[in-house]
Each structure stands twice: as C-alpha cells, then as structure tokens.
Design a protein around this ligand. Structure first.
Ligand code: URA
Length: 266
C-alpha cells in the first residue's frame, strides 16, 4: 500500500497538462471547479501570478503567497474530474489542497454570500466508491479545517463549519424540482429535509470525492465554499453580486489559512 508513483520532474501529466517543474516548488494548491475562475482567483489570492496551461477542464496558474508559490488549478465539475486532478497533482508533488467552490445551503440560519467550511461530506457520488467502500468516511484533514476556521474567525468572515452533501447530480440528487422533467426519483424525494434534520449544511458536487481521494492518496484536503443558493427559500441560484461577495470572503479565508500553513512549515 506504500507505493508512490511520483512523476519524473519534466513528465507532463496527461490530463492537467503540466509537470512537476511548472510548480516551482509549490506543494499547496487551491482548487476551484470553474476554469474561468482560475485567473481572477490566482490574482486575488497572491502576487506575481503566472499562467501555466489549460487542458480540458484543467486551467492552471501559479500565484505567490507570503513569497511562496501556490498552485491554482480548476477541477471541472463532479467527482471524476476531481479524482483525476488529485491523482496527477499527487504524482507531481502537491501535498495540500483547498477546494474553493460554490454551494447551496439547506439550513435556514446560513445566508447567501456566506462561507461554508466542510469538515466531512455525505458520499452521494460515484467516484469516491471506486476509492473506498461505502462505510468509509469522507472527512477533511483536521489541519486544513482548523486553518480555514481560524482564518475565518480572524477576519470576522461569516463562516459555518459542518457537513456537506456531495451529489453527482445538480437537480435529482439535490432534490430540485425545477429540472427539465420536474421528476425526482423516489429514492431522492424527501432527502433535503432528511439531510437538514441530520444537521448537514449544504449541497455541492465535489467534496466527498475530494476528501476520500485525498485520504487515499495521502494529501491533506479542506474545502471552503461560497453560498450561492438558499434552498430553504428557493431552488434558484443567486445573482452575480452574491458570487462576488462570497468570492471575496473565500479569498480571505483561503489566504489566511495558507499563510498559517506555510508559516507552520506544512
Ligand atoms: N452548486 C451545487 O451543486 N448546488 C447548489 O445549490 C449551488 C452550487
């Protein structure tokens, strides 16, 4: 189980399209889903942003935080592309990742534009089941959750720490009735209320795959998501200004966490 297939320094990874050399020593990565968010995120997070490459759903930049290189790489949507990304990042030497996503809250006390730090996730995805049996938990690294939470507290960011429900589907698995057919299979009917009663905070589509894959690969993973839907009010996605508010807050939390981790020599 201890085998580690590290890539040669100049070996270009098949999906993400770059090699260890492009990291210039970076061991930490910030992972948004959307390739279009990578450039603005690299610029907002740090200094001297450098474009690396763009291949399929994986767009990558390097930024610098506290003088240290940090990778920003999109994962695309859903578990499969997250797992592919992590497999290749592990091979080129990434050891710590922070998912930087968007999410819909299912709790009434959480508002649009606020931030959710996930410490664990319900595995309503397929990918994580290829990595570990269903009884295996999808949990974040304590180190990462602690750093993200401390950063949020220090910056007075409205943030909530809790469990996500990670679904392979945006409509059915998240019990949305505004899909093309409007039909939600019986297996998902009533589930929003159930997750809510059990205290889960939010729906999104990547975190369970990230946490399980990271655990298997020996990577420390955390996740900070911006709330862009409030499912206790409506099935709709919020307008752009909510995205912008959440983005700015997530940036502060992510930078604060990375500074702590880099200072601690993680
Ligand atoms: N992403 C999701 O998967 N669900 C939401 O409600 C919002 C963002």
């Amino acid at each position: 189980m201890k085998t580690r297939h590290y890539a040669a320094p100049n070996e270009v990874m098949y999906h993400i399209g770059f090699s260890h050399e492009a990291l210039r020593g970076a061991t930490m990565a910030v992972l948004p889903g959307d390739p279009g968010r990578v450039e603005p995120l690299a610029k907002a997070l740090g200094n001297d942003p450098i474009y690396i490459t763009s291949h399929r759903e994986y767009t990558s930049w390097l930024t610098h935080i506290a003088g240290q290189p940090v990778l920003v790489c999109s994962t695309g949507m859903g578990g499969p592309s997250v797992a592919i990304c992590l497999e290749e990042l592990a091979r080129i030497g990434i050891t710590h990742v922070i998912r930087f996503g968007t999410t819909g809250t299912i709790q009434d006390n959480i508002n649009l534009g606020e931030v959710i730090i996930n410490k664990a996730a319900v595995r309503l995805d397929g990918t994580s089941h290829h990595y570990a049996p269903a009884a295996f938990p999808a949990v974040a690294s304590f180190t990462m959750v602690d750093a993200l939470n401390k950063a949020a507290l220090e910056d007075h960011i409205p943030a909530h720490v809790g469990i996500s429900v990670s679904s392979d589907t945006f409509w059915l698995g998240q019990e949305r009735y505004d899909s093309f057919t409007g039909y939600v299979p019986k297996v998902f009917q009533g589930t929003l209320q159930e997750w809510q009663a059990l205290g889960a905070l939010n729906y999104e589509m990547e975190t369970s795959a990230l946490f399980v894959t990271a655990q298997v690969l020996g990577i420390k993973a955390g996740a900070v998501c911006g709330v862009v839907a409030k499912r206790t009010d409506s099935e709709e996605i919020a307008p752009n200004d909510v995205y912008d508010t959440a983005f700015a807050r997530q940036v502060k939390v992510t930078v604060g966490a990375l500074k702590q981790l880099l200072k601690a020599g993680e």
